[in-house]
Design a protein around this ligand. Structure first.
Ligand SMILES: Cc1cc2nc3c(=O)[nH]c(=O)nc-3n(C[C@H](O)[C@H](O)[C@H](O)COP(=O)(O)OP(=O)(O)OC[C@H]3O[C@@H](n4cnc5c(N)ncnc54)[C@H](O)[C@@H]3O)c2cc1C
Length: 261
């Protein structure tokens, strides 16, 4: 079974700033990290490979800095890494990212399942996995908390809903986005980290993928109209008292007066 995982490199959230004058989000320039939900997707891919054999790959639309996120995945035991990287991708909205990833997946060609995180922790749109499935015209199940089985070209998964979960049967190849409940991601070994440094990362440009700029980059269908930072939090209040009991009483009265309890 061949599995490809969609990986987004995300910045340290606490360091993200908003430049209202330039109408853009300013991302920190550090190496960033693998989107936390994608770590669960990688773990599920590795577990399935251990059960069924085959290969695991990771693919990302990013910049040269994204190599470090891909190497983190190689250190965990992933076999192959692909970086889709081109100035023409700059300004891509989530649908465009889906189109670029689908072009990369078509070039890889031989896959049974595509795993992704349920959402990225920076842009949060939860659109990319669905956009990939739409561009490849294959089935999808989002917010999956369990892969029950993968046999004879059919995957059975538990898809989280507001009421509980649905059991969904998918014909492979299919796209599956995962939630944290699905597994406990492993940590890389020292040997894995050392080995990952030497592994090759395949880089493809827009030309390599046969993309002519239509619907991607600055030709994305959506434009950002306005970016504003979240409102500052009101200052907290420290409740003083001679004894813990007195502080607790004051806190209780405050919560009751404000109809919190
Ligand atoms: C008009 C517009 C312009 C933009 N311009 C830029 C820009 O210039 N530079 C920029 O960095 N961002 C830009 N963005 C943001 C960018 O479109 C999103 O970060 C990106 O599409 C992913 O969306 P998301 O973060 O909401 O991912 P989600 O859809 O929430 O991610 C869900 C899952 O999809 C997969 N995934 C998401 N993104 C990627 C990826 N890049 N590679 C592989 N897998 C992925 C991961 O598995 C992830 O867990 C722009 C957005 C808009 C609307």
């Amino acid at each position: 079974m061949n599995i490809v995982v969609l990986i987004k490199q995300v910045p340290e959230i606490a360091l993200i700033k908003v430049d209202e004058d330039a109408n853009q989000v300013v991302l920190p320039q550090g190496p960033g990290t693998v989107n936390p939900f994608d770590e669960y997707a990688v773990e599920e891919a590795l577990k399935l490979k251990e059960q069924h054999s085959g290969t695991t790959s990771v693919i990302s639309v990013g910049t040269d800095r994204t190599e470090s996120a891909l190497r983190n995945c190689l250190a965990l035991g992933v076999d192959n890494a692909y970086l889709l990287c081109d100035d023409a991708f700059e300004g891509s909205d989530p649908q465009a990212i889906g189109k670029i990833l689908a072009a990369g997946l078509k070039k890889i060609g031989d896959y049974d399942l595509i795993f992704a995180g349920k959402q990225a922790i920076d842009s949060d749109s939860a659109q990319v996995p669905g956009a990939v499935a739409a561009n490849l015209d294959i089935p999808q199940a989002m917010f999956v908390k369990k892969v029950e089985s993968v046999d004879n070209g059919t995957a059975v998964v538990h898809r989280t809903t507001e009421e509980g979960y649905d059991v969904v049967e998918l014909k492979c190849p299919a796209v599956i986005s995962v939630v944290k409940e699905i597994n406990e991601p492993r940590l890389p070994s020292l040997k894995g980290k050392m080995g990952a440094k030497k592994k090759q990362i395949t880089k493809w440009s827009a030309a390599d993928l046969g993309l002519d700029g239509n619907g991607i980059g600055s030709n994305s269908a959506t434009k950002t109209a306005k970016v504003t930072p979240p409102p500052a939090r009101p200052k907290g209040e420290i409740i003083e008292g001679e004894t813990p009991e007195e502080v607790a009483d004051k806190l209780f009265n405050k919560l009751r007066d404000n109809q919190v309890i």
